[in-house]
Each structure stands twice: as structure tokens, then as C-alpha cells.
Design a protein around this ligand. Structure first.
Ligand code: TTP
Ligand code: MG
Length: 397
């Protein structure tokens, strides 16, 4: 402490200093400061957590191959018809060898792989399989956060199964899903969500990857920044221009320099580059909206160009909605536009249907607000949570 300062003056920035510094502090830091001031000290976070992330392999395709063995062993996909601007929901690994992937136009997929068999989705079958998987997961812990029909986080830090071995729990989950559902699941085990998710992808398909606490540092250092949660194509390119390819490069940047460069996401990057991710596994994920969006390589100059993009986006939205947990009901439509100068606007309309006409009207109204070329269009819906008593529970969270 510098001489002449009152004891405790180092605690928390206040007044003008706080206004300058607070935006630069991590949310957790701000919270700690607030609790400290009010005399309540935050509980020390537990030393090490054990998080499992599970993700089924080519989920929709796996169910289709299981239910119709004639589909197995040859390139196949689940998706829409190529003649109606259909898109691929997913494909098996044989098809991936040809470059086919999720969200690709079915027409393009067939151009890459002419023998590709595309079958229509059967969402009821996928939902039934998802429920069976969920029932298996519940045998190990109640701390489960479903992310989609085929993906979930589990916090098994306090699980008594297998003497608390997260690795053996993950192995057991994989075995049981294989035996009961006849599909394969990949799993990642790590001390936090961000690493568990990367780990489940590491040895896909039908793989298990464990990152133990002593391994975290070296694993993250070598990790390409493009694999970090939240780093999409645009951010990855920006990082590359700054000479940042791997997390070891990112670590050479000071926290404030990253915040200056990337805003609040800079703080997150600083943490991820060190393998830090304190996000808890949330049992209750109360989604407010569901949407899909697309950033265009070239700005769309006018409303007509935007309208032309609507059908493909709405089809993707329908796919996402079909995968939505049955605890939600889709409600009013919404549209988001980001203009070429990065300003953005969001519009939604109560009472409107989710038909193409409603979205087109919303799009026109949103476009009129900016009247400038558009770089991103998002279409979505507001969601209603159907779980009984959900509101009351939320009060006690
Ligand atoms: P993912 O887990 O992303 O993909 P996957 O299970 O097919 O393949 P992987 O082995 O790489 O995990 O998505 C789960 C399911 O969600 C997928 O089977 C189909 C559906 N889906 C879509 O409908 N559209 C999409 O764009 C994506 C990514 C998935
Ligand atoms: Mg999957």
C-alpha cells in the first residue's frame, strides 16, 4: 500500500475511478467487490469440479441407421429435399468424408456426393431417444444441463458412483447408451464446461477424452483459438491478423489490451486462454428466445435482397424449433438486422403467426428503421416456458 492511504482504500474503486474501472473488471470481480463492501464474503469456489459433456455421434443419422440398417455403411444424410432449397440437418461419417456437413444446402451436398441418400427427419424418434438418454444420465447426478436433444453437461463433482471417478462414469454412460439405444456417444471429462465440451469433440466419433487438472495448462496452451467458445470465423480472422493462432499466443496479451481490442469478450478470451471457466452447470435453462442468424459475405444492398434470404433462414429456424425441448412453446416471431455500420435493430410482433408473410412484414419494418445495407439477418421466436410452477421456482433460484 502506498504511504498516506487510509487502510482499506485499496478495496474497491469508488466514485470517478469506479466509473472508469468497473467496465474493465470481470463480472465475478465486480460481484466480489460488492459482496465485500456489504460485509458478506463470497464463498471460496470449490477447488476442482468434475464436468462431463456428452454429445451423440451424428445423432439424427445414427437413429435413422439404427432403425433402417440398409442405410448403414453408405453415405447418408437427414435433411430437406434438394429441389426445395432444403438443407442437411446432419449426415453420417461416411458422408462427411465427402465434405457434406450440417446446414449445407442439400443440393450442394449431392454435388459433393452424388450417391448421398437423404432421408426426411423424424423428430419424434429423436425426441424419444433424447428422453431415454436423459433417463440414463439421471442415474449419476441431478446436475444435468441439456443443451440440445443430443448434448448435455453433467456436474459429477459430488457423485458417489464409481468412487467419484468422472472418467468411469463417462465410460458407463457411453456403454449404457450403446447397449440400450444402439447409438454411440462421445464424452469429454474436464474441470469445467468449456474444456469438457472441447474434449467430447476431441476423439469423436465414439470417443472419450479426459483432461485432468494437471493437464489443463498444456492442453489449453496448444489449443487453436478458433476452438474457443464464442470465437467464430470473423473473430478468428481478427485474432489471426493480430498474430494470435493458439492460446499460448493469446496469453502474451495483457487483460486490458484484450478488453480494449474485443470489449467484454476480451476478458473472456483472457480467461479461456488460461483454462478458466467458472460457469456452473445450470439445471434450469430458461430460454427466452430461439433464433438463427447469418452474416453475409457481402452486405445485402436493399430490402429485396434481404427478403430473398428469408426462406433459407426460416427453414433453419424450423429445424431448430423441431429440436426444441418440449417444455417450450414457440410464440411471437422476431427479426434482427445488423446494418453494415454494425448498428442493429430487433423487432417482434405479438399476435403474429410464424408464417413467411409475418416474417416478411417484420423484415420490411426493421429494414425501414436503418435503410442501410445489411450484413446480418436473424429470424427467431419468443418462447413460452410450459413447465408448471416455473415462475414460482425462478424466485428461489
Ligand atoms: P450435433 O451434435 O451438432 O451434430 P451431430 O450429432 O449430427 O454430429 P456430431 O457427431 O458431430 O456430434 O447436432 C445434433 C443434431 O442436431 C444433429 O444430428 C442434427 C441436428 N442439427 C440440425 O438439425 N441442424 C444443424 O445445423 C446442426 C448443427 C444439428
Ligand atoms: Mg452430436
Amino acid at each position: 500500500m502506498r504511504p498516506g492511504r487510509a487502510p482499506g482504500s485499496h478495496q474497491a474503486p469508488s466514485g470517478a475511478a469506479a466509473r472508469v474501472l468497473r467496465p474493465l473488471l470481470a463480472p465475478g470481480v465486480t460481484l466480489a467487490v460488492r459482496l465485500y463492501r456489504s460485509g458478506v464474503r463470497p464463498l471460496p469456489s470449490r477447488a476442482v469440479r468434475k464436468i462431463i459433456h456428452i454429445d451423440c455421434d451424428c445423432f439424427f443419422a445414427a437413429i435413422e441407421m439404427r432403425d433402417d440398417p440398409r442405410l448403414a455403411g453408405r453415405p447418408m444424410a437427414v435433411g430437406g429435399a434438394p429441389d426445395r432449397r432444403g438443407v442437411i440437418a446432419t449426415c453420417n461419417y461416411e458422408a462427411r468424408a465427402f465434405g457434406v456437413h450440417s446446414a449445407m444446402a442439400s443440393r450442394q451436398a449431392l454435388a459433393l456426393c452424388p450417391q448421398l441418400l437423404i432421408v426426411r427427419p423424424r423428430f419424434e424418434a429423436y425426441k424419444a431417444a433424447s428422453r431415454q438418454i436423459h433417463a440414463i444420465l439421471q442415474d449419476y447426478t441431478e446436475l444435468i444441463e441439456p443443451l440440445s436433444l443430443d448434448e448435455a453437461y453433467l456436474d459429477v463433482s459430488d457423485s458417489a458412483h464409481f468412487s467419484g471417478s468422472a472418467t468411469r462414469i463417462a465410460q458407463d454412460i457411453r456403454r449404457r447408451v450403446r447397449e440400450q439405444l444402439d447409438i454411440t456417444v462421445s464424452a469429454g471429462v474436464a474441470p469445467n464446461k468449456f474444456l469438457a465440451k472441447i474434449a467430447s469433440d476431441w476423439h469423436k466419433p465414439d470417443g472419450l477424452c479426459v483432461i485432468t487438472p494437471p493437464e489443463v495448462d498444456a492442453f489449453v496452451a496448444a489449443l487453436p483459438v478458433a476452438r474457443l467458445h464464442g470465437v467464430g470465423k470473423v473473430t478468428a480472422e481478427r485474432l489471426a491478423r493480430l498474430g494470435i493462432q493458439r492460446c499460448s499466443d493469446l496469453r502474451e496479451w495483457q487483460r486490458l489490451a484484450l478488453v480494449r481490442e474485443f470489449g467484454s469478450f476480451g476478458e473472456r478470451l483472457w480467461q479461456l486462454a488460461r483454462g478458466i471457466d467458472e460457469r456452473p452447470v445450470r439445471v434450469e435453462r430458461r430460454r427466452q428466445t430461439l433464433s438463427v442468424e447469418h452474416t453475409f459475405d457481402r452486405d445485402l444492398p436493399d430490402l429485396a435482397a434481404c427478403v430473398a434470404e428469408l426462406p433459407a433462414l426460416l427453414e433453419q429456424l424450423e429445424h431448430r424449433l423441431a429440436r426444441l425441448d418440449s417444455a417450450y412453446r414457440a410464440d411471437k416471431p422476431l427479426v434482427k438486422l445488423k446494418f453494415h455500420d454494425f448498428t442493429q435493430t430487433t423487432l417482434e410482433q405479438a399476435g403474429a403467426g410464424r408464417d413467411g408473410g409475418s416474417y416478411q412484414r417484420l423484415l420490411a419494418a426493421a429494414f425501414a428503421r436503418g435503410g442501410r445495407p445489411v450484413r446480418l439477418i436473424g429470424v427467431g421466436v419468443r418462447l413460452v416456458d410450459l413447465r408448471e410452477g416455473g415462475e414460482q421456482l425462478a424466485l428461489f433460484e
